[in-house]
Design a binder for this molecule. Structure first.
Ligand code: BES
Ligand code: MN
Ligand code: ZN
Length: 428
């Protein structure tokens, strides 16, 4: 008898376990106590964290768990460093849960791996290799790197990445299960893949920089979502664009006052090298529009302002098409993941004015000024011309937790992959 069995019960814990205890124990059994009017998943998360703090090597879920309750437990129980193992209930959900959980762990590991290990090329290659392993015949891709980025006009990725000795990479991946080259693309996914964000010459403070290995959380999340959808039998064509670069300082880094000219003709004055995410995403969005995808979904750890607005528990949703953001929010609700809308209107694209170019990449104010998350979204909207109505922008405030809390372990969360996988399967 080495493992701990974990059950859910609706009877309250004996007062000897403490007031409103969510956990009690009998032999090798742990009981999670949930009463009828509580938020079930929240109680499960708290119980999982408490159990994990006891360093039990293996916990086995038994009896009356619903599928999403098991998923939630496993996500909250599994910490990044020396994690315990969760054995799902021995029933018909087990195989599916194990597969889906492997997509979550893949996403989290990408986010948690050190910036030294996860160079831009390593990020792009690992994402491509994993997706290829899931659907060898349906996945094809190319990697555009270094000077070829400049030559092909991918100016945002090239310039943000040029301060690093490790070259920037633009991954362009095609999941085409039917194999026909004229099949229309249902969704184009675009991910911010900044493997480390020092801020560049607009350098971050040490505290501000500490978490910035997470700045490829958008790339990890859209990759995890596509992988999960493939495991679930996705039968639509999807393209994936990962904009991978390391934002560092050096004798050949980009500078304040530089002006970038994008493929769509837009010129951008750099007034803050720390507003780099929108610069690399602009290339991804241009490619997404070129793919003629019906829907374009970008995901990025784009602004501190989104976190100020929503905390670490919700991803922010922006769209110029209210019915499209509503449909994503509906999917999120049925997947029991947390997304929340923030404002975006056409005039937000003029919120970063420049005297030298079509737009600046930020307002020259701390954090991009008031409404910084909407202003960033407005900047991005300049690069979806032709498919404004099909575009969703996700600012992933809930992608990473610098430390554990009562519900979540430290590190990358993988939050949102279920919703995005369901969106891919349903829309397009
Ligand atoms: N990667 C950061 C945003 C970020 C900050 C994500 C904290 C997660 C946690 C992004 O590149 C950034 O630096 N944004 C700036 C934008 C500003 C310079 C306009 C910000 O939010 O301060
Ligand atoms: Mn930055
Ligand atoms: Zn960043």
């Amino acid at each position: 008898m080495t493992d701990m069995q974990v059950k859910i019960t609706d009877t309250p814990a004996d007062i000897s376990w403490g007031e409103k205890a969510v956990l009690s124990f009998a032999g090798n059994q742990a009981l999670i106590h949930i009463n009828g009017n509580q938020d079930r998943l929240r109680v499960i998360r708290r119980a999982a964290r408490q159990l994990d703090s006891m360093n039990i090597p293996v916990v086995t879920l038994v009896d009356t768990w619903k599928k999403n309750e098991q998923w939630t437990f496993a996500g909250s129980y599994t910490r990044p460093f020396k994690p315990g193992r969760v054995v799902f209930c021995d029933n018909s959900d087990k195989a599916e849960l194990e597969k889906a959980f492997s997509a979550l762990l893949f996403t989290r590991k990408l986010i948690n791996d050190t910036p030294e290990v996860l160079s831009p090329m390593a990020l792009a290659q690992r994402a491509a290799d994993w997706l290829k392993s899931l659907a060898p015949d349906a996945v094809s891709y190319q990697l555009v790197t270094g000077e070829a980025l400049q030559a092909q006009g991918w100016t945002g990725i090239y310039n943000v990445g040029r301060g690093s000795d490790r070259e920037p990479v633009f991954l362009q991946l095609d999941y085409n299960p039917g194999g026909l080259s004229d099949t229309p693309v249902s969704t184009a996914l675009v991910g911010k893949g900044i493997t480390f964000d020092s801020g560049g010459y607009s350098m971050k403070s040490s505290e501000g920089m500490l978490d910035m290995k997470c700045d490829m959380g958008g790339a990890a999340t859209v990759t995890g979502a596509l992988g999960l959808a493939i495991m679930q039998g996705l039968n639509k064509r999807v393209k994936l664009f990962l904009c991978c670069a390391e934002n560092l300082v050096s004798g050949h880094a980009y500078k304040l006052g530089d002006i970038l000219t994008y493929k769509n003709g837009t010129t951008v004055e750099i007034v803050n090298t720390d507003a780099e995410g929108r610069l690399v995403l602009a290339d991804g969005l241009i490619a997404a529009v070129e793919s003629q995808a019906k829907y374009i979904v970008d995901a990025a750890t784009l602004t501190g302002a989104a976190t100020v607005a929503l905390g670490y528990d919700y991803h922010a949703v922006f769209s110029l098409n209210p019915s499209l953001s509503q449909s994503l929010l509906k999917v999120a609700e049925s997947e029991q993941e947390r997304f929340w809308p923030l404002p975006l209107e056409p005039w937000h694209q003029d919120r970063c004015p420049s005297s030298f170019a079509d737009t600046a990449n930020s307002r020259a104010q701390k954090g991009g000024g008031a409404g910084g998350a909407s202003n960033a979204a407005g900047f991005l909207s300049r690069f979806v011309t032709g498919n404004e109505q099909g575009w969703l922008h996700l600012d992933l405030a809930a992608a990473y937790h610098g430390s554990a809390n009562a519900e979540m372990p430290a590190g990358g969360t993988g939050a949102g992959i279920k919703t995005l996988a369901a969106f891919l399967r349903a829309e397009g």
